[in-house]
Design a protein around this ligand. Structure first.
Ligand code: DX5
Ligand code: ZN
Length: 224
């Protein structure tokens, strides 16, 4: 398997200084630089919280060369998701619970030049989606209820990760398993062991005063 990827979530960063907050997790003396920057788009409808949308993502894209991973926690993803890919986001994940037609949304994202990701809330089964995995580049397994940073990791979702790992490896699919929510120095090892490829971490990276050191620490624990 490829080396573990670290994707800091700017949800816990200073929104008035996003360019410097992102630069703080780029290449540093302690880490080669994060793999993706995770941007949480919330519409106060799919989740009870509001963050930012396409205009801010467009500005972020201009401010960094690090691939941007958009996590759309919004209703009607078919209408909005392709625009994020067109703008230049590297990966665009939308939620399984937000659409009846995940295949069309994924195909539209790919047609717009992005990687397509499927988000799965903690209470949602992955079984109905196992046969459409080739439509996706990433499976985003939520390990907290989406909407807020700083919540407690839900270890029970690791059963879904193990099941996905088995299917992906068995069918030799090129699909990344990404986990989002409550990832920290005390939870990342169990997630890595279950088979996660890409680790989102918000408060664990931006909650303190040395984001680069936290990234290096998480990467070391995920690699061990
Ligand atoms: C929550 C977001 C996460 C959030 C994670 O709905 O999807 O990306 O930033 O924050 P932590 O790592 O603090 O749980
Ligand atoms: Zn997220």
């Amino acid at each position: 398997r490829p080396a573990p990827m670290i994707a800091p979530s700017i949800l816990s960063a200073d929104f008035a200084n996003l360019a410097s907050e992102i630069a703080a997790v780029g290449p540093s003396p302690v880490d080669p630089g994060v793999d993706w920057v995770h941007v949480d788009v919330m519409d106060n409808h799919f989740v009870p919280n509001l963050t930012l949308g396409l205009p801010v993502v467009e500005s972020i894209l201009k401010a960094t060369d690090i691939p941007i991973d958009c996590h759309l926690m919004i209703t009607d993803p078919g209408r909005w998701a392709p625009g994020y890919a067109e703008a230049g986001a590297y990966n665009v994940s939308f939620h399984a619970e937000a659409t009846d037609d995940p295949i069309s949304v994924a195909r539209d994202i790919r047609a717009a030049g992005g990687k397509a990701g499927l988000g799965i809330k903690p209470g949602t089964s992955i079984e109905p989606y196992l046969e459409i995995l080739p439509e996706f580049d990433t499976l985003l397994i939520m390990s907290v209820e989406p909407g807020f940073g700083g919540q407690k990791f839900m270890p029970e979702v690791l059963d879904k990760v193990r099941r996905l790992r088995e299917v992906i490896d068995g069918e030799q699919l090129k699909l990344l398993i990404e986990i989002d929510g409550g990832i920290s120095a005390s939870t990342i090892e169990q997630a890595a062991e279950a088979g996660v490829d890409c680790f989102v971490a918000g408060s664990a990276v931006y909650g303190g005063d040395d984001p680069a050191a936290r990234v290096a620490e998480l990467r070391a624990l995920a690699t061990a």
